[in-house]
Unconditional design. Structure first.
Length: 496
């Protein structure tokens, strides 16, 4: 295995561009895959996120495309990606490493005008990067002829499977020349993926750079037990955000798109620099939010799995699983957003009593337990989601007359009062399952209301505190102190 890019067989133009980008040593997947791609072999690359997989096919493709010329509506190469963000990321790689070339690259994704895409296709493109659905739309409109494709790349194949794109992949492959070169990349190899490779690849060379279903060793994994109550769960997340040392930025995962928007608004109301990223956003808003996070204008990115899959943001210090993923493989993909390129990273998963079977599946997949950690401060500090700061409420209400949602220190049971049963998400939460066993040495602190708070009558809806905005820098955390400056919103945002 070579120690630098000069020994991989890449052209001088590509090697110079790589050096200008500041890279000197190839990753394992790059060192193993690039020579085979240059020999025009079919490849199955099994690599987890953060291994440099994208460059392992972009760099040799640039070298191979130096000879030849694109014809109108007949792309020379085709790269299929499951999401718009991944497609845009690959496009950025071609711009960065292909700066010494005069190759034309087109991006065919949803949310972009058909007219703009058609103009590029009519001029002829060397590299076509597309999502499966939009590509088939353009093909059926007669805007693309795929008979000239020399190289096909199917990237993130396991995510294609999860998103139901396998039928589209099969349709596209059937329209391509049989003598093409096919490069196939996936983090895992489910039986459906294996059947796909056996059907569409010819004598492929299999390259696996990490143990299948493994987690990067530089990631410090933690688990926090919380209740099913969504308000308490959001309060626990805020407590973790302000109590974590070394947190510079974070991606926070939710299972549902609507929960992404809800959590993003909640964090914004509490003064955090936060933005949401999910599939229902228009393309312009998605790219603006992603760019703000990449350039450190946004500290917290709340995202769904589809929106955040494969994001190339090397310096993410933390990943929070606000919801435990229902598919164990998604846990690996999520926490792989941190600890990239040899950096240290931290992942923290918030687990409710209903998440037991999902945690069990994750532990079986990664083959080790996830240590349980207590909340910073030892208990849960509840604040009103939309009212005045906890500190001001604690002075305006007596200990036994505080309004609903005021600060209540959660801890041991007092006076024998019964705990309030966990609140469910109105049918959205999976059926309760047996909770995963606590890890050795871990303390599972029951989350219960203080007796005084339990006895307080629940106010009528019109008695809830009026919603108000928080000024930049204003504390919403009561006795816990001010929000760290780097977490605050850089610009005021509308409180919806």
């Amino acid at each position: 295995m070579t120690d630098d890019f000069s020994g991989l067989g890449l052209s001088a133009k590509v090697t110079a561009a790589v050096a200008d980008a500041g890279y000197t040593k190839p990753t394992d997947i790059q060192a193993q895959a690039i020579p085979h791609v240059l020999e025009k072999k079919d490849i199955i690359g099994i690599a987890q996120t953060g291994t440099g997989k994208t460059a392992s096919f972009v760099l040799p493709m640039l070298t191979l495309l130096e000879n030849g010329r694109a014809r109108a509506r007949m792309p020379r190469t085709l790269i299929l990606e499951p999401t718009r963000e991944l497609a845009a990321q690959v496009h950025e790689n071609f711009e960065k490493y292909g700066k010494n070339h005069k190759l034309s690259v087109a991006l065919i994704i949803g949310g972009v005008s058909f007219d703009d895409q058609n103009k590029k296709l009519d001029r002829g493109v060397d590299v076509l990067i597309a999502t499966p659905g939009r590509l088939l739309d353009q093909f059926e409109r007669g805007r693309i002829l795929m008979s000239g494709v020399e190289i096909l790349v199917i990237d993130e194949a396991d995510r294609m499977l999860d998103m139901g794109f396998i039928p589209e992949i099969e349709k596209i492959c059937a329209k391509l020349p049989p003598n093409r070169q096919t490069l196939f990349f996936s983090a895992t190899m489910a039986p459906e993926i294996q059947r796909l490779t056996s059907r569409f690849l010819r004598d492929p060379i299999k390259i696996e750079v990490a143990r299948q279903n493994s987690v990067v060793e530089t990631i410090d994994q933690k688990l926090v037990r919380v209740s099913n109550n969504p308000e308490e769960k959001r309060a626990a997340l805020r407590q973790l955000l302000r109590g974590e040392t070394g947190l510079t930025n974070a991606i926070i995962f939710c299972n549902r798109k609507r929960d992404v928007a809800t959590l993003a608004r909640s964090l914004q109301r509490h003064g955090f620099s936060a933005g949401g990223l999910h599939g229902d956003m228009d393309q312009k808003s998605r790219m603006e939010t992603l760019d703000a996070f990449k350039t450190n204008k946004l500290t917290l990115l709340i995202a769904s799995d589809v929106a955040a899959r494969g994001l190339d943001i090397p310096a993410v210090s933390h990943v929070f699983n606000f919801d435990v993923p229902t598919h164990a493989e998604d846990y690996i993909h999520r926490i792989g957003r941190t600890g990239r390129a040899g950096r240290a990273g931290t992942s923290i998963t918030l687990a409710t009593p209903s998440d037991g079977k999902y945690l069990d599946a994750i532990v079986r997949l990664i083959q080790h337990d996830i240590p349980v950690m207590p909340l910073p401060g030892g208990g849960l500090e509840i604040e009103a989601e939309d009212g005045p700061s906890a500190h001001s409420r604690s002075h305006s209400h007596g200990e036994h007359g505080r309004s609903r949602g005021g600060p209540v220190r959660r801890g041991s049971r007092r006076g024998g009062s019964e705990p309030r049963p966990p609140q469910q998400h109105g049918g959205d939460t999976p059926a309760p399952a047996t909770s995963a066993p606590a890890q050795p040495g871990a303390t599972h602190r029951p989350v219960e209301r203080a007796a005084a708070a339990e006895q307080a009558p629940e106010p009528k809806p019109q008695q809830r505190p009026a919603r108000r905005k928080l000024a930049n820098g204003e504390s919403a955390f009561g006795t816990e102190g001010p929000v760290p400056a780097f977490l605050l919103r850089s610009t005021p945002q509308r409180d919806e």
